[in-house]
Design a protein around this ligand. Structure first.
Ligand code: XMP
Length: 325
């Protein structure tokens, strides 16, 4: 019979046997899979594990700091924080096509990953929070024909990343590969991963970069970060965070007229996106209580300079997508 306790015990034993005294690299994303993996590996091999967090500058307000602090201070798991935000936004100047934005972010991620793994290495293994559904999706794609072992061809925390170059094809450690998402959550809880991570809504690898529609500027990213922060605060306060598959804000590349006091304003519009879903493949727009929408709208318009209008997205998937890009 499968229990989280026996799973953890066996996974720890397996990882120790496989790794021996070698070193393992893990790219943390802040999500439940990579965080649970970090806790599991830390239990198994202690400081033979190096956790790295690459900040591309498109995370939510306070999240990178909070993650690093949580791991370091509360759990004594050190995390190497890599601030790469300047180079990502610089590379994205003049780019507005969504897929092109993703490609640039993915390529840049690989470059930072490569130089950092060389700086911190050498490493024998790369740990990834691959789950059972990920394996099925990528069946056969990453078996080394010589050894029959699975090798890293992609970085999971960022599913837009293309193939890894030859020199980065570490051997893979994937202790979660037989689990489904709800099982990972149970394992995470059992290992002491905090609820705020275990219950976290999915957040795309490219982050806020695909929620500022069209071309990015530092100002626009900052405006969205503030609007998103207010939305999250209000959703948390309402006690409804877990009712939604995802809930977030999108900055539209549209200005419209408003009035504030006795002044006319001409500023950006923000769209609110709340959906319910089982797996992200299909989704329904959520019937969010008017009070909550009102609270979020009032606060965004009053507290975020540069925004004077808030709209609500009532499109389901299909035919819409969850994200706007
Ligand atoms: P869509 O917008 O296609 O999103 O309905 C389905 C799910 O995938 C997430 N998503 C992404 N995740 N990189 C990611 O890591 C991406 O480029 C990306 N695009 C969409 C989205 O948040 C939703 O959960």
């Amino acid at each position: 019979e499968w229990t989280t306790a026996t799973f953890i015990e066996e996974a720890v034993r397996e990882v120790r046997a496989r790794v021996g005294d070698k070193r393992v690299l893990l790219a943390l994303s802040g999500g439940v899979d990579s965080s649970t993996l970090a806790f599991l590996l830390h239990r198994a091999i202690g400081d033979q594990l190096t956790c790295m967090f690459i900040d591309q500058g498109f995370m939510r307000k306070n999240e990178p700091e909070r993650l690093v602090k949580l791991f370091k201070e509360q759990f004594a798991i050190p995390v190497v924080y890599v601030d790469a935000s300047e180079r990502f936004i610089a590379r994205l100047q003049g780019v507005s096509d969504p897929e092109h934005k993703r490609k640039i972010i993915g390529d840049e991620f690989i470059q930072v990953f490569e130089s950092e793994s060389q700086r911190l290495g050498p490493f024998d293994y790369l740990a990834q929070g691959t789950l059972y559904p990920d394996i099925i999706e990528s069946a056969g794609e990453n078996i080394d024909p010589k050894t029959g072992e699975r090798v890293a061809v992609k970085i999971k925390s960022h599913h837009n990343v293309g193939g890894l170059p030859e020199n980065l094809r570490f051997k893979l450690i994937e202790p979660l590969r037989r689990l489904f998402k709800d099982e990972v959550r149970q394992v995470g809880r059992n290992l002491g991963v905090p609820d705020e991570i275990v219950q976290r809504q999915p957040f795309p690898g490219p982050g806020l970069a695909i929620r500022v529609l069209g071309e990015l500027t530092r100002d626009k990213v900052e405006i969205l970060r503030e609007a998103d922060f207010i939305l999250r605060q209000e959703v948390n306060r309402s006690g409804r965070y877990n009712d939604y598959w995802q809930s977030f804000a999108v900055l539209l590349p549209v200005k419209s007229v408003g009035v504030m006091g006795d002044r006319r304003t001409y500023a950006y519009a923000v769209a609110l996106r709340f959906v319910t879903s089982e797996d992200g493949m299909t989704a329904d727009w959520a019937r969010v209580p008017y009070d909550l929408l009102e609270q979020i709208s009032n606060r965004i318009v009053n507290e975020v300079p540069g925004v004077n209008r808030v709209v609500y997205d009532i499109t389901s998937k299909p035919p819409g997508t969850i994200e706007w890009e």
